[in-house]
Design a protein around this ligand. Structure first.
Ligand SMILES: [Zn+2]
Length: 98
């Protein structure tokens, strides 16, 4: 199964995704930085799945994940790959309980 790299849009086999990211998009010194609830996190991965980020930041996978954007925040699902090269800011909120 192939998937498009979120960074360069190249089609890569799913099992090659980690290698592709490491070779084509190597981490800067100190790693890629992203923010979650105002706290800085660092990773060697230029791109991660939302589910992987939730694990890294120790957040419940039941939460709705959002990326803060100047033009309006966007909700992301667990299978979405996010680009971590420009210090993105994320947050998560508990599932709605109406
Ligand atoms: Zn790529």
């Amino acid at each position: 199964m192939k998937t498009a790299c979120v960074i360069c849009q190249e089609e890569v086999e799913l099992y090659d995704r980690a290698d592709h990211l490491m070779v084509k998009h190597p981490a800067p010194v100190g790693g890629f930085k992203f923010w979650f609830h105002g706290e800085a996190y660092y990773t060697d991965h230029p791109s991660m799945l939302v589910l992987e980020i939730l694990r890294v930041v120790n957040c419940s996978a039941a939460y709705q994940f959002w990326e803060e954007r100047l033009d309006g925040d966007i909700p992301l699902s667990h299978a979405n790959a996010v680009d971590l090269r420009r210090e993105p800011r994320f947050y998560a909120v508990p599932p709605a309980t109406f």
